[in-house]
Design a protein around this ligand. Sequence first.
Ligand code: THU
Length: 235
Amino acid sequence: MSWNSLFEKSYTPYSGQPQACIIEGTSGEFYAGVRIENISYPLTIPAVQAACAICLSEMDIPKTIFVPHNKMEQLKFWEAEFDLNVLSTKEPPVEQVENLFHPKESEFSPLKRLKQLLDQAVVVNSDFPVSALLFTEHGFFEGVNIEVSGWTHGICAERVAISKAFAHGTTEFTKMEIHTRKGEFSSPCGACRQVITELLPYHTLKLHHSDGTLSEHLSVDLLPFSFKSSALNNK
Ligand code: THU
């Protein structure tokens, strides 16, 4: 594995500047994160945030971060948050990172898995766990919400699942399923809707509500008249 092969997995149609990094958790496992931009620039997921959130969502704690350079967005925040050892390296430290793709299982119950996953959410501020499954034709990626001391640096379950998929090099999806234990509806927030419409524009979203009901939507329908501008495309 080279930084270049990881850079290729990042989604940077607006800046044209790919970013990637690798976290080593206290368990000794390695997790990759890549930058995922959004047409609404502030909703971009920096590589460092993606890698740290992925590590935490696997119930591991970030210990060391390997970066191609020290100018990575949000690096200072996450370094301080977890007292990270920051290593700027010419190449990634490992050939392989954790494979967080789950191949399709027969007799798989998404809701059962979504309920189990809620226990992996890091909800130190809200006590409001959310889980998400992002499906491809051949399997799925899991996400839970991650909260840290800086509220704006936390990340929703839906975007953790998306971060895992991109870091894996997967960008073709079939559907997403979402669950929360509490609240009136299990419903993606406005920011997630913006990210989802860009990356899964005409895909099915299955919302498993806390009262046991299920509703199914097309992602475009959840964000009518959404922000798009051809002026921003393909810089
Ligand atoms: N949250 C999600 O994970 N997904 C959503 O779409 C709604 C909000 C999380 C973020 C935060 O950890 C908590 O719920 C309260 O906002």
